[in-house]
Design a protein around this ligand. Structure first.
Ligand code: NAI
Length: 334
């Protein structure tokens, strides 16, 4: 029996993400929470003939806690998205407050749940979650994830396209580490499987590819022209990452190596990361192995070349202040 809750379930990401979770046979109970329309979305999804029983909740009568009660996994795409010209950081003031409120409800209703944070700016909202959970005495770093998986999905697609094998996109695996905003997004093209020697030896092609992976989100924001940011691709990436967590926790399948933005105290391997990045950051998107209790291992970054070392330095420089901002956030009094 696995209960999943989506917070922000009526939104652009929330609706298709909830649909994909309704199709996941590991989930037996699907709870949808939003400040609007969650009951309608739940009624709609509840007619699909899959095992998960669906219910929708609005804020009235302690709806958030009712929705979250006893959840095993909570996926959070609640909050405002970007409009053209905005950075993810511009969303902080609104979304940090939403995240803090949801974290308080999680601490009360399902303190042992896996928490998957999609709300931007991920580099800061994950620290917001951690601080609220710490204050409530229920913080488990092995179970808190900033979802950066869309960057990994984009890297596969864009790399396969540049090498002329767009139809094989899912066969390309490129670790993307660091964080989830512009220069903090660090694709490790030298570690691509299969190898992409022709790109690595062509500096302008390589630079363009790195830039496209770092700023791929902007392409969607621009194309949607004021109607929001990535929703459908994010829903797919979020559901895929949730599937990895669920399979490792409840499906008895140890995971392949994946990346997520995590607290580096989740595993002893976090200390090795601090050495590799040359900075004492508390959070970084790293290679992880998942197990029944969440993060089982933080794996080293491994070998990277000079160009990647330069990108790493830039990522570290930008991440520090974003982490501080999230860690120091004080939610306004209720
Ligand atoms: P949206 O505006 O379409 O949906 C957000 C939903 O959150 C709305 O239904 C809204 O009613 C709900 N909401 C607002 N306050 C809430 C609260 N206190 N409790 C529960 N729900 C609440 O936005 P969209 O496009 O779905 O994006 C959601 C978030 O995901 C944004 O912050 C966006 O920047 C982020 N995002 C993250 C990505 C990533 O790779 N991690 C990729 C794309 C977007």
């Amino acid at each position: 029996m696995v209960k999943a809750t989506v917070c922000g379930a009526a939104g652009g990401i929330g609706q298709p993400l909830s649909l994909l979770l309704k199709l996941n046979p590991l989930i037996t109970e699907l709870s949808l929470y939003d400040v609007v329309n969650a009951v309608g979305v739940a009624a709609d999804l509840s007619h699909i003939a899959t095992p998960a029983q669906v219910a929708g909740f609005l804020p009235a009568d302690n709806g958030a806690e009712k929705a979250l009660q006893g959840s095993d996994i909570v996926v959070i795409p609640a909050g405002v998205p970007r409009k053209p010209g905005m950075t993810r950081d511009d969303l902080f003031n609104v979304n940090a407050g939403i995240c803090a409120t949801l974290a308080e409800a999680i601490a009360k209703a399902c303190p042992k749940a896996f928490i998957l944070v999609i709300s931007n700016p991920v580099n800061s909202t994950v620290p917001v979650f951690a601080e609220v959970l710490k204050k409530a005495g229920v913080f488990d770093p092995k179970k808190l994830f900033g979802v950066t998986h869309l960057d990994i999905v984009r890297a596969s697609t864009f790399v396969a396209t540049v090498v002329g094998k767009a139809e094989d996109a899912s066969k390309y695996s490129i670790p993307v580490i660091g964080g989830h905003a512009g220069a903090t997004i660090l694709p490790l093209l030298t570690q691509s499987e299969p190898k992409i020697v022709s790109i690595l030896s062509d500096k302008s092609k390589r630079d363009a590819l790195v830039n496209r992976i770092q700023f791929g989100g902007d392409e969607v924001v621009k194309a949607k022209d004021g109607a929001g940011s990535a929703t459908l691709s994010m829903a797919q990436a979020g559901a895929e990452f949730a599937e990895y967590v669920l399979q490792a926790a409840f499906g008895g399948k140890s995971s392949k190596t994946v990346q997520a933005y995590v607290h580096l105290s989740a595993d002893a391997g976090g200390e090795q990361i601090k050495k590799e990045i040359g900075a004492d950051l508390d959070y970084f998107s790293v290679n992880i192995k998942l197990g029944a209790g969440g993060i089982e291992k933080i794996l080293p970054i491994g070998e990277i070349d000079e160009q990647e070392k330069t990108l790493l330095a830039a990522a570290v420089k930008e991440l520090g202040p974003s982490i501080d901002k999230g860690s120091k956030f004080q939610p306004p009094p209720p």
